[in-house]
Design a binder for this molecule. Structure first.
Ligand code: SF4
Ligand code: SF4
Length: 311
C-alpha cells in the first residue's frame, strides 16, 4: 500500500465531501468487483470477478452501485455519467500540456453534479483491462484487453500502483491506444463521477456487446440520462453508394439503416450520439459529423478554454 497516494486521494476532497473518499478508494481498488455489481443491478449476465474481496467490502461496493442506480434517472442527481467524445477530443484530454480547471456548462454536460475537468500539464494516464469485457460471457475481445484509461492525478497514479489490472502509460501510448480502439469501431466516452472529486476521471472505449454503459443506454432507449451526446450528429451525402460497410454493427447505438429504396443509408438523428465511428468506416467519405445544437456542445477542451478566456 502506497500511503502517500492514499493521502493524495484523501486530500482531493474538501471537508464537506470527505465522505466521498471511501467509495472512491474502494472503486479504484476493486473496479472489477464494482462493475460486477453494475452488471447484476442491470440484470445482465455476468462472469464471476477474478479477485475475491472480503464480504463486507463486497457489500459496500454493492451499496455504492445501488446509490448510482438510484441517482441515475435525473440529471440533477446523477452522480456517474458519460459523455461521448470524438477521437480528436479524446486525444486532447490525454495530451493536455497546460494546467486546466474548467466547469463545462450544462450544454456540454447536462448534469448538475460531477462535471469539472481538472488536468495538470502532462497529466499522467493509467490504462487497464476493460472489466466490462472481462466480465462478459461472450466478449468481443478476449480479456485481458486494455481499453480503460484513468486520466490525471491522484487517480491515474493510484490505479497504476494499487490495482494490478492497471499500469501507467505515456501520453504517446495513450494516443496510440485511442487510435487503435477507434479503428476497431469503439466509442470513446469521457466519464465523470461525483466521488472522484465531482470531475472527469476516465475515458472508456466502449462496444455495445460488452460495455455496461452502452448496453444500458440501448436497453433503456436513452430514457435514463446516463450518457450525453458528443454534440454532433452524422449526416450522409449523396456520395453514398449503398455499399453497406457502415451497417452490420458499425453503429453501437443502432442509428444507421439502409433507406427503403436501397440507394443510400440514413441516420436516425434521435439515436445518433455523434461518436464518429461510421465516418471512418465509409470508403468514399460519404459520412461526416455536423454540430447539432439540440445535442449540446462538445467536450472540446480547446474550445471550452477559449470560451472561458472570453468571459
Ligand atoms: S450514426 Fe455514426 S456517429 Fe452516429 S452514433 Fe452511429 S456510428 Fe456514431
Ligand atoms: S459506408 Fe459510406 S458508401 Fe457505404 S453505405 Fe455507408 S455511407 Fe454509404
Amino acid at each position: 500500500m502506497h500511503h502517500e497516494l492514499t493521502k493524495a486521494l484523501y486530500d482531493v476532497y474538501p471537508l464537506e465531501d470527505k465522505n466521498d473518499f471511501f467509495p472512491a478508494f474502494l472503486y479504484m481498488k476493486y473496479i472489477e468487483n464494482f462493475i460486477y455489481h453494475a452488471f447484476q443491478a442491470s440484470g445482465l449476465a455476468v462472469k464471476e470477478p477474478r479477485q475475491k474481496v472480503p464480504e463486507e467490502i463486497d457489500a459496500m461496493l454493492k451499496y455504492y452501485v445501488q446509490q448510482i442506480a438510484d441517482s441515475a434517472p435525473i440529471t440533477d442527481t446523477n452522480i456517474y455519467h458519460g459523455k461521448v467524445v470524438k477521437l480528436q477530443d479524446a486525444i486532447k484530454l490525454v495530451t493536455q500540456k497546460k494546467d486546466m480547471h474548467l466547469i463545462p456548462s450544462e450544454k456540454v454536460m447536462p448534469y448538475k453534479l460531477a462535471r469539472e475537468v481538472i488536468l495538470k500539464s502532462n497529466s499522467p494516464v493509467a490504462v487497464g483491462t476493460c472489466v466490462c469485457r472481462s466480465l462478459s460471457e461472450n466478449p468481443c475481445l478476449p480479456p485481458p484487453y486494455e481499453a480503460c484509461m484513468f486520466v490525471g492525478d491522484p487517480f491515474a497514479s493510484f490505479l497504476a500502483e494499487e490495482n494490478p489490472l492497471f499500469r501507467r502509460i505515456s501520453q504517446e501510448e495513450a494516443v496510440k491506444i485511442l487510435e487503435d480502439v477507434h479503428k476497431k469501431g469503439f466509442v470513446h466516452t469521457a466519464y465523470f463521477k461525483k466521488e472522484m472529486g465531482n470531475r472527469f476521471m476516465a475515458i472508456c472505449n466502449c462496444c455495445s456487446c460488452c460495455c455496461v454503459g452502452i448496453r444500458m443506454w440501448n436497453m433503456l432507449e436513452g430514457m435514463v440520462p446516463i450518457m450525453a451526446s458528443s454534440g454532433y450528429v452524422a449526416e450522409v451525402s449523396d456520395d453514398c453508394n449503398a455499399c453497406a460497410s457502415c451497417l452490420n454493427g458499425t453503429c453501437k447505438f443502432n442509428a444507421i439503416r439502409m433507406a427503403e429504396d436501397g440507394q443510400k443509408v440514413v441516420i436516425n438523428e434521435a439515436k445518433c450520439m455523434g461518436c464518429g465511428v461510421c465516418v471512418d468506416v465509409c470508403p468514399v467519405e460519404a459520412i461526416r459529423l455536423r454540430r447539432e445544437p439540440s445535442k449540446g456542445d462538445p467536450l472540446d477542451i480547446d474550445e471550452l478554454q477559449s470560451q472561458a478566456q472570453k468571459v
